[in-house]
Design a protein around this ligand. Structure first.
Ligand SMILES: Nc1ncnc2c1ncn2[C@@H]1O[C@H](COP(=O)(O)OP(=O)(O)OP(=O)(O)O)[C@@H](O)[C@H]1O
Ligand SMILES: [Mg+2]
Length: 313
């Protein structure tokens, strides 16, 4: 069995038996209008270094524990590093797909808990600038994943560069990671503001990382939510939860494992598990189809407004 076949099987069987009640069959999912998979969730931040990649790695791991088939896309194209955090050494990346050297199942790399990782490379900086035939080819290839994925989780990178904006716009749900530091708060607001005012994105989910306690996390959320209410009418910001500052997180990073896998009883691990449950139980946004192909189509269509508006500056 080659790696591609292994991944296909892996994604088809990912903890199905262990977690049957939380992992409805595709048929049941289609019948159940409240649950529409695959869901596309982006994880971004204004300021860098606030914990996005850890959030992606741990939420992805938590989703696998809940019986979901998870695909992680490392869209932090400049500083792609989720593979390092997860201790993976991908043989191929999306560039090989674009060069038509490999198919989508060949580039998927198996990660902890049965998640699959779609590795990026810094050579893919111009993903949104592909020509029409490349886009169609990529859409067809990625559409093959639609049936095997429950949740697509995207590490978008930090800031408000055009690539970050594209990925946050294309995803149906955007998690913005923020820490209680004033610089992180102002930069998170700046990201929300540019996505809302220039590109009309009107819903965001806030995750507060590295907070000392629940009160500090709520205060952090309150500062952003008040500014949004006051200056960005019609935009909603929900609170997902917080991850405490926890020494176990850097310890797990050093051993290149998600903290949830390395230290399941750590306070941060419990938070990640709770938030993953909350996301799984929360119905996805009714506004968007929530399909992998929709995500990519939307991603490519986003090129136009960004160019008209000065590429997101
Ligand atoms: N809850 C936490 N408690 C303690 N340390 C944390 C926590 N979350 C993240 N860290 C540490 O913060 C550092 C940055 O984390 P991470 O790489 O996930 O951030 P990032 O937002 O992805 O950064 P970048 O913007 O560079 O991609 C890591 O060394 C990590 O160990
Ligand atoms: Mg990162």
């Amino acid at each position: 069995m080659d790696q591609a076949e292994g991944l296909r099987n892996l994604m088809d069987n990912s903890q199905k038996e262990q977690h049957e009640p939380l992992n409805p069959s595709p048929k049941k999912r289609k019948e159940d209008h409240a649950v529409r998979w695959p869901r596309v969730i982006s994880v971004g931040s204004g300021k860098g270094g606030v914990g996005k990649t850890n959030v992606v790695a741990n939420l992805a791991f938590a989703f696998t524990r809940l019986g979901r088939k998870v695909l992680v896309f490392d869209a932090d194209l400049g500083l792609a590093n989720i593979d390092v955090l997860l201790g993976l050494t991908p043989k191929y990346n999306i560039q090989h797909l674009l060069n038509r050297e490999k198919g989508v199942f060949d580039i998927l790399t198996p990660g902890p808990g049965g998640m699959a990782v779609l590795p990026a490379s810094s050579g893919v900086l111009e993903l949104v600038d592909l020509d029409e035939s490349q886009k169609l080819f990529l859409l067809d290839e990625l559409d093959l994943l639609a049936e095997t994925v429950d949740i697509l989780l995207i590490d978008t990178g930090a800031g408000i560069s055009s690539n970050v904006l594209y990925f946050n716009l294309a995803a149906e749900e955007s998690i913005v990671v923020v820490t209680p530091e004033p610089t992180s708060i102002t930069d998170a607001y700046a990201l929300i503001k540019v996505l809302a005012s220039k590109y009309k994105k009107d819903g965001f989910t806030l995750l507060v990382n590295s907070a000392r306690n629940a009160q500090e996390a709520k205060e952090t959320f309150g500062k952003i939510s008040r500014a949004v209410d006051r200056f960005l009418g019609g935009v909603s910001v929900d609170y997902l939860g917080f991850v405490p500052f926890d020494e176990k997180v850097p310890q797990a990073v050093r051993s290149q494992r998600p903290v949830l896998e390395a230290y399941p009883q750590a306070l941060s691990s419990r938070s990640f598990m709770e938030m993953a449950r909350e996301l799984v139980e929360r119905p996805p946004s009714p506004r968007t189809p929530g399909q992998v192909q929709f995500f990519w189509q939307h991603l490519f269509q986003c090129r136009q407004p960004a160019e008209q508006n000065g590429r997101g500056d």
